[in-house]
Design a protein around this ligand. Structure first.
Ligand code: PLP
Length: 379
């Protein structure tokens, strides 16, 4: 089976598994316990925090461990908005992950905020002139994802952060898909808050992290024993934090080399699919895209049928985001990019880890050509 659905989740890296193992077994302590077993867990947690902080270029105290990307996004959007309501206006994009989109909707429903979703162009890039106009009105928070999970388009995050700063608006970015592929130094990016998730990077599901710039006020969403400076109560997932820190550190160490080689493989794969499938359309930006994602629409098919056919041929991938799986609605991300709903229904996303090989992607491209032809009734 060829797994080409890394944007949904990745297998746990051996190094991450080995690093977390002691904290599930011998050093299983609760980091809040005042004895040596607890102290050992607390030390591991703080080492993990420092490792994440090193990759992000921030202070360890600015990193909070969460249960994943969804919680990090919720904490950033709701936490910043509730602590600094100001004009009660959230500015976001029309292609955000539901973790951000639904957090904004919650603020509308329960706290009297309004939300402006800045449009994207046909390749998924946020329209910067429109963003400026919206921010000029005044906003509580601007939240725009770093890289899109369905089409892989990478936003000019440093430029967007600069614009938000000009208007004095705090800026959060969901870097869940960008992590491991794009630079994450929060000072260079100029972001005030940034979300990460472990399982897209080779750590287990259920662990994530949120960077919050030191002086930014935030309302905690989870109340309890006051762990993590009172920002995120609950006994910390020590093993998960250790695995996340390990996977993030390794991804960052290997990033520059990996990006070049995987992007070259991705481009060859894209070309083979476009050459082999009549009418195939690449979605997302041609160059400003994650090395790990190639997504297409195949007019004259349905994405779900192509997926089934590909699975029969030994390739697993996705018809859009895993979070929207099971829904018959065309992807809101693709329709926001101006793709007709009937064409958006034909979307298929291929996404890979840095371990992908040329031979795998050649086999995948052949399978795509066969699968689409079968679904179109040509074979
Ligand atoms: N943000 C983006 C862009 C994602 O792709 C995902 C997961 O698909 C999430 C947030 C949610 O992360 P998690 O699955 O860790 O809750």
């Amino acid at each position: 089976m060829l797994y080409l659905d890394a944007a949904a989740t990745t297998p746990v890296r051996r190094e991450a598994l080995e690093a977390m193992w002691p904290y599930l077994t011998g050093d299983f302590g609760n980091p809040s316990s005042h004895h040596t077993v607890g102290e050992s867990a607390a030390a591991a947690l703080e080492t993990a925090r420092a490792q994440v902080a090193r990759v992000l270029g921030c202070r360890p105290g600015e990193v909070t461990f969460t249960s994943g990307g969804t919680e990090a996004d919720n904490q950033a959007v709701k936490g910043i908005a509730l602590a600094n309501p100001g004009p009660r206006h959230i500015v976001t994009s029309s292609i955000e992950h539901p973790a951000v989109e639904e957090s904004c909707e919650y603020l509308v429903r329960h706290h009297g905020f309004r939300v402006t979703r800045v449009e994207v162009d046909g390749e998924g890039l946020v329209k910067l002139d429109a963003l400026r106009q919206v921010l000029a009105v005044g906003a509580t928070l601007c939240t725009i994802m770093y890289a899109n999970n369905e089409v892989g388009t990478v936003q000019p995050v440093a430029g967007i952060a600069q614009i938000a700063k000009e208007y004095g608006v705090p800026f959060h970015t969901d870097a869940v898909q960008a992590a491991g592929w794009e630079p994450l130094n929060v000072k260079d990016l100029g972001v005030d808050a940034l979300s990460l998730s472990g399982h897209k990077l080779g750590a287990p599901k259920g662990c994530g992290a949120l960077y919050l710039r030191g002086r930014l006020h935030t309302e905690p969403l989870i109340h309890g024993g006051g762990q993590q400076r009172g920002l995120r109560s609950g006994t910390e997932n020590v093993a998960g934090a250790v695995a996340l820190a390990t996977a993030l550190r390794l991804a960052e160490e290997q990033r520059v080399q990996t990006v070049g080689s995987v992007a070259a493989l991705r481009d060859r794969f894209i070309q083979s699919v476009l050459d082999g499938v009549d009418g195939a359309m690449l979605t997302g930006h041609r160059s400003s895209r994650l090395p790990s994602i190639a997504s297409f629409c195949f007019p004259g098919t349905s994405g779900e049928s192509v997926l089934l056919e590909l699975e029969r041929l030994g390739v697993v991938c996705s018809s859009g985001s895993a979070c929207a799986a099971g829904s018959d609605e065309p992807s809101p991300v693709l329709t926001a990019m101006g793709i007709e709903p009937a064409i958006a229904q034909t979307a298929v996303r291929f996404s890979f880890t840095s371990a992908v090989t040329a031979a795998e992607l050649e086999a995948a491209a052949d399978a795509v050509v066969t699968a689409v032809a079968t679904v179109r009734g040509l074979r």
